[in-house]
Design a protein around this ligand. Structure first.
Ligand code: HEM
Length: 355
């Protein structure tokens, strides 16, 4: 692929250099040479091509070569084969202009036919002669070199028409790697540690990760999946109102008739405290029993939700719905006692009886 591209580039460049510059050069500078060239051509007009090509404007090119290497070309022709040598340069130089010159449409088809037929037959001779010419006259100028290189391009006559197209990809524009950094003024501000913290909320001080651990997928799932089931609390029952009430020692949040100090609560006792029949609602959480009755009007989830855990352990429900809520921070003043088994109470009562 690379060689093909290089070859196409060379051929196109050579073609343009050959086509345009020579026109300006040949008529201006070398008007006389065409005559000798035309004279030299008749010597080789064994084929019909040379005659047609003589009319082509490409005649001056060979003249340039002859002018520079005119003494050499006759020598080469004399050494190898005089008549073919003279004919070969004429054919090479004239073949291109013959095809390139579009003066008359009628001349083109024969020129191509001649090119096709002649190139196939004469291409090896041309190459040999061209190589001889190159080797013999070391003082060949750049245009001569270009002309010598052109024959390979002429091997494909269609390439002349296609060569009119712009060169494939001579100027390869490599996109300069632009730095991704934006101007200093446009750079986004670095996120501080504070920006990553959750926004403060009214109950922020009351929320802590449950079990002292970080948030897990299970903890975030309920808040993302379920819509808010919060209820509209009555005036005076906001979280702040509850905090104020909990801070008041006269509130007696543990319930009336509860002895001071922690009470040993059996499962049967807990079950009886279900909030019915004018009894306070107790619930257990992590081995501790709380009186949740005073918190019912303050519960953001509503009375019914909170009372679902009345008379039993609410750890599972609590963890499923809002594990981030600081249970102990909210209900610390509602702590009644600790949950014990029925056997423990019986043995204790037996020991008390023995005393
Ligand atoms: C049987 C036990 C409980 C159930 C079934 C329950 C149910 C609920 C429900 C459904 C919500 C609304 C959640 C939402 O916004 O989508 C809620 C919110 C809340 N509950 Fe409970 N709850 C229970 C126990 C408790 C307890 C014992 C406390 C206090 C220690 C409490 C404090 C809260 C708080 C602070 C919110 C607001 C949460 C927030 O704003 O993110 N809940 N509860």
């Amino acid at each position: 692929m690379g060689w093909v591209g290089v070859g196409t580039l060379v051929t196109t460049a050579g073609y343009f250099l050959y086509r345009y510059p020579p026109r300006s050069w040949t008529p201006d500078h070398h008007s006389p040479p065409p005559d000798p060239r035309s004279q030299a051509r008749p010597a080789s007009p064994s084929e019909p091509l040379p005659t047609k090509h003589v009319t082509g404007p490409s005649t001056p090119r060979p003249i340039e070569i002859e002018e520079e290497s005119s003494p050499t070309t006759p020598k080469a022709s004399a050494s190898s084969a005089p008549p073919p040598v003279l004919a070969v340069p004429v054919l090479n130089l004239e073949g291109e202009p013959g095809t390139s010159d579009t003066r008359s449409v009628a001349t083109n088809p024969p020129a191509q036919q001649n090119m096709n037929g002649s190139t196939k037959q004469q291409s090896p001779d041309r190459n040999d002669q061209i190589s001889e010419i190159k080797s013999q006259p070391p003082s060949l100028t750049t245009p001569s070199l270009l002309q010598a290189r052109k024959p390979p391009t002429l091997s494909t006559p269609t390439a002349n028409t296609s060569s009119l197209m712009p060169p494939p990809s001579v100027p390869r524009l490599r996109p300069t790697p632009q730095p991704n950094r934006a101007p200093p003024g446009l750079q986004p501000p670095r996120s501080n540690a504070s920006s990553l913290m959750p926004p403060p909320s009214a109950a922020a001080g009351l929320r802590v990760p449950s079990n002292g651990g970080g948030l897990s997928n299970s903890t975030l799932a309920p808040s993302l999946k379920k819509s808010s089931r919060k209820v509209i609390l009555d005036p005076g029952y906001s979280p702040l109102d509850w905090a104020a009430r909990a801070a008041n020692p006269k509130s007696q949040l543990r319930g009336a008739g509860v002895p001071p100090g922690l009470v040993r609560v059996t499962p049967s006792m807990l079950k009886s405290q279900n909030g019915r029949k004018d009894r306070d609602a107790w619930t257990s959480y992590q081995g501790k029993v709380y009186n949740i009755q005073p918190y019912v009007p303050y519960h953001p989830g509503g009375k019914g939700e909170l009372l679902r855990g009345a008379g039993k352990d609410s750890a599972q429900l609590f963890q499923e719905i809002h594990p981030w809520v600081n249970w102990d921070g909210i209900l610390s003043e509602c702590l009644v006692g600790i949950l014990v088994s029925e056997n423990d109470i019986q043995t204790e009562n037996a020991l008390d009886a023995m005393d």
